[in-house]
Design a protein around this ligand. Sequence first.
Ligand code: UT7
Length: 321
Amino acid sequence: MSGSRIIGSGSALPERVVTNAELAERIDTSDEWIIERTGIRQRHIAGEGETTSTLATAAARAALADAGIDASEIDLIVLATATPDNTFPATATKVQAALGCNGGIAFDVAAVCSGFLYALTTADSLLKTGMAKRALVIGAETFSRILDWEDRTTCVLFGDGAGAIVLEAPGDNAPGTGVLASRLHADGAQHDLLYVDGGPSTTQTVGHLRMKGREVFRHAVVNLSSVLNEVLEDADISASQIDWVVPHQANARILDATAKKLGIPAEKVIVTVQSHANTSAASVPLAYDTARKDGRIKDGDLVMFEAMGGGFTWGACLARI
Ligand code: UT7
């Protein structure tokens, strides 16, 4: 079986870096607490003029350059975000206009931190039907704009950024390449553990992120281990065959616990949470691009992507690069 292939990746981060020490000047926290509990040392925060669409467009351009293709060859854009530029139209259409590849399919996916997994799986499915040939799959967020900067239990955890991949329809790919298996899940009953307390249809305000961190942590390890096992079973592959895990970057302790549960050595897990913090839907493609560009992930490697977030939503996807 062959699936859609990842033929390029790119990422973009706001220029401004905010360290833990800077946050500790404003709220009752410390560099030690943040590092010990999360692994985070710094995050990038969007400045004036930087929005989800500008970061997404920069990441998309970098991915197109990496793939060596022109924007005119893109006929599908799926953009995962929980922080769109506007309620509508979709931020994907703004990116499409900025890239100048109008006319194809473009829409947003809202699955918060699992957004990139949902977008990747949706794009792969559309490419397999023949409706499109080359897709940009983007995760882009400006979570700094929905944080309550007085709430130390959440504001230290998140950052802004964008990551993108170019995904090509299976075509004549060799068997066993590209996306091999994907699974997605949601459990809407867990809404109150991680949500935004505003929105156009409820408060007519943007609202702020609210999270019961300890409970989310507990669910994350259980749900991720379970979906990873499902994907391994679907692909008929054992955990020891995986070259790299590219997880959602919420907390270094979640990454450790999940890898341990599956028996995957820590050296095979791509970790960027120390420098990006939790960038929600952007974190998986940002981590993937980081490890592609520094040469760790190579052509032919077997890579597992996984994420869990608000909703709850969670998912995993296995791909041969
Ligand atoms: O991306 C979507 C998915 N999100 C996640 O996966 C996040 C999952 N959760 C987590 O990563 C962790 O639960 C947190 C990092 C959010 C919190 O770590 P924790 O070890 O679960 O800490 P806690 O919530 O149990 O809080 C421990 C203590 C509390 O004080 P008391 O009640 O023990 O006196 C908190 O008030 O730490 C306190 N605390 C802080 N102290 C200093 C909470 N936030 C801070 C802070 N600085 N920023």
